[in-house]
Unconditional design. Structure first.
Length: 356
């Protein structure tokens, strides 16, 4: 029998299925600047969406931190115990000075934000099934598996969200992961290696981290990209393979790992996709899932440049203006603009963004 969890408590019915907490952001003594990751990008995405009047604080679902009991649905006790060593966390997050901090500081300043994002992904899984779509503004830690972290990923939030759904939500027994981060998603691949209920499509730069040959055996649709791949080729491949994946295997949920490290100039991704290309890519995935009536859970994953947050926000605004984010929400706060007004506003904002 599944353990009791706070993560599956229903949020107020009027809230958007957009999950976030200020606790997502990693800030301490400037150490986070030693990693190319923008450790405050999640809060910036939310601020842009507020500026555009798409959301307000009381319209978003507040993420809760995943407890040890929640994490043990996937992780081994041995692995969670390893995170009590600061040098292990330093290796996983790729921030070497973390090794010299007392572990209680590391728990509070590094791991708690990552546990809260992980809780957010699990919550968004249930919301997606209930509402047709959900976006966790964080998460997407696709290099972490049940007993090994790496590449800034300390918890296997994608695996957890899917296992929670399989165990707790009736009618969810098949999942498709569409992983479009620039890196191979070796964590969830290792976790679902021999699980026929999970279909994995992964498009990534074939020459970069992690190059996990063993994990590649779990990929049902492998799209290996060359250095410097640009919009036209990329979008054509994404479109072909997303459609193909969803025609080949009929899932009850799509988990979409929407990394923005494919952006031209990303120091780690090595691809050359424009901001408009990223917006279009997300549209392709949402269209494919929603036109088939398949709930979609999106997580934001990698993206290591300062302009990343703006692009994620623009993408969410675009999905909204196209009607791809369900219209079944009621305003849960007095005085919030009507949905029609929001649609008009965001359509106006987007009329000057030419999406070829």
């Amino acid at each position: 029998r599944p353990h009791r969890t706070e993560l599956y408590k229903d949020p107020p019915s009027g809230c958007w299925p957009i999950v976030y907490s200020p606790d997502y952001n990693i800030t301490f003594m400037g150490l986070e600047k030693l990693h190319p990751f923008d450790a405050g990008k999640w809060g910036k995405v939310i601020n842009f969406l507020k500026e555009e009047k798409l959301i307000a604080d009381d319209l978003i679902v507040q993420a809760r931190e995943a407890t040890d009991e929640d994490l043990l649905v996937v992780h081994t006790r041995r692995y969670l115990n390893k995170l009590k060593w600061s040098f292990v966390v330093a290796t996983i997050t790729e921030i070497p000075p973390v090794a010299f901090l007392p572990n209680f500081v590391v728990q509070r300043k590094v791991l708690k934000p990552l546990r809260t994002q992980t809780g957010g992904t699990i919550m968004a899984g249930k919301l997606a099934v209930d509402r047709g779509w959900a976006i966790n503004v964080g998460g997407g830690f696709h290099h972490c598996s049940s007993d090994k972290g790496g590449g800034f990923c300390a918890y296997a939030d994608i695996t957890l969200a899917i296992k929670f759904l399989f165990e707790r939500v009736q009618g969810v027994s098949r999942a498709t992961i569409i992983d479009l981060d620039a890196h191979q998603g070796n964590g969830h691949e290792r976790d679902f290696m021999d699980d026929p209920r999970v279909y994995i499509m992964d498009a990534y730069n074939r020459y970069i981290y992690p190059g996990d040959g063993f994990a590649k055996r779990a990929i049902k649709r492998k799209v290996e990209l060359e250095w410097g791949t640009e919009d036209t080729e990329y979008l054509q491949k994404v479109h072909t393979h997303v459609e193909g994946a969803l025609n080949e295997f009929k899932p009850d949920i799509v988990v979409y790992n929407a990394g923005t490290d494919i952006l031209d100039g990303d120091p780690l991704g090595g691809l050359a996709i424009s901001p408009q290309g990223i917006v279009k890519r997300d549209e392709v995935v949402f269209r494919a899932a929603r036109s088939r009536g398949i709930p979609v859970l999106m997580v934001t994953s990698g993206g290591y440049q300062k302009r990343t947050a703006r692009i994620i926000a623009d993408s969410i605004l675009n999905l909204h203006s196209l009607g791809l984010l369900g219209r079944e929400r009621a305003a849960c706060a007095l005085g919030s603009p009507s949905l029609d007004q929001m649609v008009r506003d965001s359509a106006k904002d987007f009329s000057n963004l030419s999406l070829q």
